[in-house]
Design a protein around this ligand. Structure first.
Ligand SMILES: C[S@@+](CC[C@H](N)C(=O)[O-])C[C@H]1O[C@@H](n2cnc3c(N)ncnc32)[C@H](O)[C@@H]1O
Ligand SMILES: [Zn+2]
Length: 266
């Protein structure tokens, strides 16, 4: 965890037996699951971000491998990194599915953070060898130019910090839903389903060098899986209770997955 810096004074954090400490003696306990909360102490990570139920539901869904094609595509990009042992960061990592997946197959120093303590607790429980911490992407507790390869999936974009923490020549892969993502699910929910907007996250600091697609059909195997996937999407929050009922009683559903990998370089 050598690249971590103190959120209060920005000095390097050193690991002691049970905590991370900076030279100004600001101290952050390592939780029993192995993660560290690096949100400024005025903010309680358990009250921010996704709650426990959402975190569990997301973990269980992703563990079934429905989005494994996306995880593999991230691996293909990571493999292109020239560093022998790259520093890999999962920004807004959720419950750690993607970073843990990559850690299993690739060498490197893997880190991941999220503002939700529940998500990070589950991520750390994976015991995958990734160092997870609670933090806000608007103030990432990592030193300047410390990351070779960052992934960022389905989360808000904050270019100033992403640019600061990337090494020169470093890569950020930001994943957004493509236009046909979950279209068959939307056909059940809405009378006139719309295609997603495919505009990549805008940034003046990083250079968008390439866009790649991950396209596949997945067969959701149960009503629970359909509901879990629906709750992971923004549609869940924008659908009326009346329309939500349209998914009740459906036990299997084939739908498209369509992801765009927006590949940026510093
Ligand atoms: C849709 S989830 C995606 C999680 C993960 N990337 C994945 O694909 O499984 C969005 C995540 O962004 C996190 N998030 C939102 N705002 C954040 C912020 N300001 N700093 C850190 N994480 C944030 C949420 O807590 C949530 O876990
Ligand atoms: Zn400090």
């Amino acid at each position: 965890m050598t690249k971590l810096i103190c959120p209060k004074c920005k000095e390097a954090l050193e690991k002691t037996e049970k905590s991370l400490v900076c030279r100004n003696r600001h101290c952050y306990d390592i939780a029993k699951e192995g993660y560290v909360n690096l949100l400024p102490s005025s903010k309680n990570g358990s009250l921010i971000g996704d709650n426990r139920d959402m975190a569990l539901s997301r973990r269980d869904f992703l563990n079934k491998g429905y989005f494994s094609a996306l995880a593999e595509a991230l691996g293909v990009e990571l493999k292109k990194t020239e560093a022998v042992s790259p520093c890999v960061l999962d920004i807004c990592c959720g419950e750690g599915y993607y970073s843990s997946f990559l850690k299993k197959s690739y060498h490197g120093d893997f880190l991941g953070f999220d503002i939700s303590k529940e998500m990070i607790r589950l991520a750390a429980k994976r015991k995958s060898g990734v160092s997870y911490f609670v933090a806000n992407m608007t103030d990432i507790p990592l030193s300047d130019e410390s990351v070779d390869f960052a992934i960022h999936l389905f989360a808000p974009f904050f270019e100033n910090e992403f640019y600061r923490i990337l090494k020169k020549g470093g890569t950020l892969v930001s994943v957004t839903p493509g236009k046909e993502h979950l279209f068959s699910l939307k056909k059940v929910l809405y009378d006139t389903p719309y295609l997603n907007d495919e505009t990549p996250p805008e940034t003046k600091k990083l250079t968008l060098v390439e866009q790649k697609k991950v396209l596949a059909e997945i067969e959701l195997q149960s009503e629970d899986d359909i509901q879990a996937l629906f709750k992971m999407t923004p549609y869940y929050y924008h659908t009326s209770d009346e329309n939500k009922k349209r998914l009740v009683g459906i036990n299997s559903l084939e739908t498209e997955i369509d992801f765009t990998l927006n590949i940026y370089k510093k």
